[in-house]
Design a protein around this ligand. Sequence first.
Ligand SMILES: [Zn+2]
Length: 305
Amino acid sequence: MSDLILAADLGGTNLRMAAVDSVGHPHNITKRPVPKGVSPAGLIDLVEEMSSLCCDGLHGEVRALGFTAPSPIQLDFDGVLTKLPNLGSVTGMNFKRDLEDLFKLPVFMENDATAAAIGENWIGASRDVQNSVCVTLGTGIGGGIIINGEPLRGPDGIGGEIGHITVEPNGRPCKCGSIGCIEEYASATAITRMAVEFGMNVANAGEVYEAWQTGDEKAESVFASMGRYLGITLAGLANALNPEMLVICGGVTAGWDAFSHHVTAEIEKRAYPAAAKRAVVARCGLGDNAGIIGAARSAFLRGSI
Ligand SMILES: [Zn+2]
């Protein structure tokens, strides 16, 4: 009987779950919206309901749970969710302890973007490399760093928070409390905002990309600007960490051909030539499943399964 991890990616909008086997294949991928204002008990009920769907028809034994949360999570994380900007209604709940009580299994947690980096490094774009940086471009910007094959979590779980590196010293205020963070210049939210500032009539980053595909010059300016800011950030990381690979993940990668060449041009311009040559810029290999696959890998390793 094969070993399985019940893995989940908890976001502000959706909860994604699957039963992941020891080669990283996610079975019965299930996605549900997280109700606005959900109570801690409601969230646990949702996990329980989805877990039975994920395990349905599988011949294997669930040995542990692997969960991500959009929150700083250090290795000795006690399970209390404190900093969840989009899930304020469950602030203070001990998610890890509640899940352990329900399932009678060990629960291992990771920051969502760190989990994506672990997943990509296991069987995705950065497999077989020892040093990689994964940046997730969505509503916000998340980051995960793998050094010598190990995720960098830091003593406070903040390791890899690439989204809050400053790119404009006098720039836009960011919800983290700083100003001019890359999140304000290269996330999906930022792409939409810049497009509107350029006078485009768009509601989301996907529409900016659609305009780019028709040759719209304003859309080209938006992606050139966004790609340049992202390249500045990644050039700094290429110099600081000398990784073999820089993986770009998240919904914004749907517009890859609009911005990726601006990113690589900026890295070539700014990073040490050897660091720029070494750091291959790659598009994510696992798409939306990177988080659950990485959460499972983390649970397999930390649980010695
Ligand atoms: Zn910030």
